[in-house]
Design a protein around this ligand. Structure first.
Ligand SMILES: [Zn+2]
Ligand SMILES: [Zn+2]
Ligand SMILES: [Zn+2]
Length: 136
């Protein structure tokens, strides 16, 4: 997902191109992994002191609903990152210190499905947490 693709999705859902939304998307596009809503808000406030945490948080939640962002829960906080390009199914390793992610190309669902006979599986979530090589 890049900023232009995000705007295509937002326009399809009648969201206006505002400076705040633009700033949030650009900031997340530069990050290498998950960032807490509070960190996004703190960073953007440096340039725009009038921007409230609520505005940032609401926009992040909207972007996640629209599939522009992926979200996870780390240290009891909602964290966001630009959505990986869809198409290739994969999972993430997430560093609990810096939030950086690493792709896991294989999926454990194939193994688990065997243990759920007669069930129609609609979706699943799988994340691995730990410390990345630079945070160890
Ligand atoms: Zn990914
Ligand atoms: Zn790390
Ligand atoms: Zn999977």
């Amino acid at each position: 997902m890049n900023v232009e693709k995000a705007w295509t999705i937002l326009k399809d859902h009648s969201f206006k191109r505002t400076k705040n939304r633009e700033a949030i998307l650009h900031y997340l596009a530069q990050q290498d992994g998950y960032t807490a809503a509070m960190d996004v808000s703190e960073f953007l406030k440096r340039e725009n002191p009038g921007l409230s945490y609520d505005t940032v948080y609401r926009n992040l939640a909207t972007f996640a609903d629209l599939g522009i962002l992926e979200e996870t829960d780390l240290h009891g906080e909602r964290q966001f990152r630009m959505h990986c390009d869809p198409g290739v199914h994969h999972h993430h390793f997430i560093c609990t210190v810096c939030g950086r992610t690493k792709h896991i190309p294989s999926c454990p669902m194939d193994l688990l499905a065997v243990e759920l006979p007669g069930v129609e599986i609609e979706g699943h979530k799988f994340e691995v947490y730990g410390k990345c090589p630079s945070c160890k």
